[in-house]
Ligand binder design. Structure first.
Ligand code: ZN
Ligand code: FE
Length: 255
């Protein structure tokens, strides 16, 4: 299954993602942040909306559900536990459950951490991580623990095929890399990525798409097992990665 992913900039720094397949006029949207920009993109491309995949219930990810459902009658997918928090919720998914709609097939993974009912969606070689994994960062722990974030990042998303293209929920990459560089000032990988991201932003391009190998080189949350980070945080060698994540999170919240 060939999938094309089109980022649609929404609100201040969110992305909705339109998914299309060659030869089909049916699209899916991951996170209908707000209706207008998504409708514009659908209309410009002559596409009809066949489904909404919600990564989590926060308003900046579901604000367009109601209007898009009214207009297109599209079903709304989300984690089963979010049926009362995601507007127009119709298709509950459990951890590891596969789904199929309008020729798109994929699988949902329950990754509680940012919120209790957060889902990642994987379709073919693309993944949508919502506000759990960001490019060079991770989402705040509003309803979850560092242990849950460790599981999400290392044991669920971290086990995807390394070639998977991962699309994240916000344009936070530049600020995240500034924090990463604060933790690892000598990292050439972080310096280089920060320069690339700044150049891309100057051209108005999104930088919220990433891969696991790139994250393992530049994202402190995926480097919690690296001695350089552990010693920089003043933690003892061999400390549990979840403890390192807890400390990185605290520092990032103050950065
Ligand atoms: Zn959120
Ligand atoms: Fe968000």
């Amino acid at each position: 299954m060939d999938i094309e992913v089109l980022p649609v900039a929404c609100l201040k720094d969110n992305y909705a993602y339109l998914l299309t397949r060659p030869g089909s006029d049916q699209a899916l949207v991951v996170d209908a942040c707000e209706a207008e920009p998504i409708e514009r993109e659908l209309e410009a491309r002559g596409l009809s909306l066949a489904g909404i995949l919600s990564t989590h219930h926060h308003q900046d990810h579901v604000g367009g559900n109601e209007r898009l459902v009214r207009k297109y009658g599209a079903p709304v997918f989300g984690h089963a536990s979010e049926r009362h928090r995601i507007p127009c919720f119709s298709n509950p998914l459990e951890d590891g459950e596969s789904f199929s709609i309008a020729g798109f097939t994929g699988r949902a993974y329950h990754i509680p951490a940012h919120t209790r009912g957060a889902l990642a969606y994987v379709l073919a070689d693309v993944c949508f991580s919502g506000d759990t994994l960001f490019a060079a960062g991770a989402g705040r722990l509003f309803e979850g623990s560092p242990e849950e974030l460790y599981r999400a990042l290392y044991l669920v998303l971290g086990r995807l095929d390394p070639r998977t293209r991962i699309y994240t929920g916000h344009e936070y990459t530049e600020r995240n890399l500034e924090f990463a560089l604060f933790l690892e000032p000598d990292s050439v990988a972080i310096q280089e990525r920060l320069a690339e991201v700044r150049a891309a932003r100057a051209r108005g391009e999104p930088t919220a798409m990433t891969t696991l190998p790139l994250e393992r080189d530049t994202n402190p949350f995926l480097r919690a097992d690296r001695p350089s980070i552990v010693s920089r945080l003043g933690l003892p060698p061999g400390v549990a990665p979840a403890e390192v994540i807890r400390r990185i999170r605290e520092l990032k919240d103050q950065f």
